[in-house]
Unconditional design. Structure first.
Length: 271
């Protein structure tokens, strides 16, 4: 068994062959499957799988990342299901396990974990050369990031409002931000999964707020706008802080997007 074909759940996968029928429940991995040249084998995706825009429209929607339509997936007769520990519900995946022969579990937690992710998908679906090209491109980006020397900043990365929500330091997003020496507050660890990874904030009970240098308003899952930025800038508690919008896909999508995501963060930090 190819050691590269062992997924995040410790399951070893045999090569799939050209007859594989793939359903992806992870937007960033749907994009990655296309980047690996698997468009003819992708038969299902979520409504949030929107990249590459010129190709996903031809793939059947099967609900959302959590509100999955089990019957829609069953009708597609998939051989392989691509899921993620953070993005998909365990109970839903277990129900799908009853009729999908192969479930590939992913859980990248740092940008470098994408190297193993590329190798995993490449080994299962016979795209080793394409996976290696992605790995080479990502490795170049990681080396580029390591060669830069940015001043350390504490950042508040907001993903939701009403209530305000941020990210724990052991999330993929926080690891991406550390590439440019940005360190997320609050300084909490969220564990392997669950709400603690994305803590709810009460600004009136956040003594660490004074330590924040930069506030980042993500474009997803909540779509922050310039109006939200301007409103937050008027808050007395935010006086003197740099508040800006950030492309959430570039900071949070793993897989092939990480290559452009790192370049985006390097430009953003240098601006």
């Amino acid at each position: 068994m190819n050691p590269r074909a062992v997924d995040a759940a410790g399951v070893a996968h045999e090569p799939a062959g050209a007859a594989a029928r793939i359903v992806s429940l992870v937007p960033s991995l749907t994009e990655t499957l296309f980047a690996l040249g698997l468009e003819r084998q992708i038969v299902g995706r979520t409504g949030f799988c929107v990249h590459p825009r010129d190709k996903v429209q031809a793939v059947r929607k099967v609900g959302g990342t959590k509100a999955v339509k089990l019957d829609a997936i069953r009708a597609l007769c998939p051989t392989h299901l691509i899921v993620n520990i953070d993005e998909n519900e365990r109970d839903t995946v277990e129900q799908l396990r009853a009729f999908v022969p192969h479930i590939v579990v992913t859980h990248p937690q740092t940008p470098r974990d994408n190297l193993a992710l590329y190798a995993l998908l490449g080994a299962i679906f016979g795209r080793e050369q394409q996976a290696q090209r992605l790995a080479d491109a990502l490795d170049a980006r990681l080396r580029e990031a390591a060669a830069h020397h940015f001043a350390a900043q504490n950042v508040l990365y907001l993903i939701w409002r009403e209530p305000w929500m941020s990210v724990a330091r052991d999330t993929y997003i926080a690891a991406m931000l550390r590439l440019v020496n940005w360190h997320t507050l609050p300084d909490v660890q969220g564990g392997t999964q669950g709400a603690a990874r994305y803590p709810t904030l009460d600004f009136d009970a956040a003594p660490w707020l004074a330590q924040v240098d930069r506030v980042l308003l993500s474009s997803e899952p909540y779509r922050f706008t310039s109006a939200h930025r301007e409103a937050l800038a008027r808050e007395p508690r935010m006086a003197g802080k740099h508040i800006e919008l950030i492309d959430g896909e570039m900071a949070s999508w793993y897989g092939v997007r990480a290559i452009d995501g790192i370049a985006y963060l390097l430009r953003h930090a240098a601006a």
